[in-house]
Design a protein around this ligand. Sequence first.
Ligand SMILES: Cc1ncc(COP(=O)(O)O)c(C=O)c1O
Length: 422
Amino acid sequence: MNYNELTPAQAKEEYARTLAEFEAIKAKGLKLNMARGKPSKQQLDLVSDILTVLADPADCVSDGIDARNYGELCGLPCARRYFADVLGCKPEQVFAGGSASLTLMYDLVAKGMTHGLKNSPRPWAQETGLKWLCPAPGYDRHFKITQSFGFELVTVPMTAEGPDMDAVERLVRDPKVKGIWTVPKYSNPDGVIYSAETVRRFAALRPAAPDFALVWDNAYGIHEFEGDYVPFPDILAECEKYGNADMVYEFASTSKITLPGAGISCMACSEANMAYLTALMGVQLISFDKVNQLRHVLYLKDKAHTLELMKQHAAIMGPKFRLVVDVLNREIAPRGLATWHEPKGGYFVSVNVRPGCAKRTWELCREAGVVMTDAGAAFPYGRDPQDSNLRVAPSLPPLEELEQAMAVFCVCLRLAALEQLV
Ligand SMILES: Cc1ncc(COP(=O)(O)O)c(C=O)c1O
């Protein structure tokens, strides 16, 4: 029964039925979580051998460098080669860091504020009215970084091909616009892969600000859970082709390959940017954790070997995403209550419910014992203008719990829509 075609009397009846279903669920006292994109225990167990790969002190020397000691600010050469292989860029363009790419991103913006980036006329903190472009729905932690430094967050709509590039090209004509957040492959939360044309238009961008930063967060670059690995262009080479070598900063990490919070991360950029930024970074640290970098390279080896591991992750993740989409197709599609993307990689399913229903669905879920990502979180300032987007993160709960949680979610979504209708 399509809810959009219900007569008032039918809506009332359906409301009473759904409310009873909701009350019955609430009485069960469930405690389920679909809030954050965390790997499941099963996935963490997959990589247990990484804990013992460095058993002997003799293993700690790589390229003649003892990973246990100070030095190599840009990371172990083998870690730089590893990320270069994964991203398709050159090892000299890679800065191998610590356990979180988010730290490197935060640090880039912080350095823009305090010292300016390489092509900044002055530190950003000495300018006023600065803006940052935020394709939305997007990643809440990105938005919070630039919000915390006082940037005005400017929303750019997402399309099936990536951010709306007409809007991006228009907005960057404003010299106050200093950068943009992007997640080019399996975007968080839509799971969109930017099209070749979107990538080309980004590379060819002509921002008015000489120090505009294209933040290319390739967090899910090899994270297919359905089908084969999808090759993706090296944004550094693309930007160089258009005379924009210094505009782009690419980020990635092994957070969802090995152990989130205990993995390794990287920033890739032009060699000129690398020289500029490492001069600043050298003041704040002598080197990141090279022992963990070495452990990762010994365990993951290279891109081909890592893709084999990603197949094992996919065998765990794939059924969870299929379950989410199956339940939505069965429970929500016939009722005409939402649309969603069917991603083939990444960590999320982005569900667009009837305008004005997202927050209420989230509240009902919480009452029924299912924690979801905050409604609106995927938008700048946590405000979804349509109040319609909800992010489902199916990776953490075991399949049986996920099935329960999705059943609750669907009942809550129906109830929220019926409350509007009656
Ligand atoms: C798009 C995106 N970037 C970065 C991160 C965090 O990465 P890291 O653990 O390397 O800081 C996440 C985690 O969910 C993410 O979704």
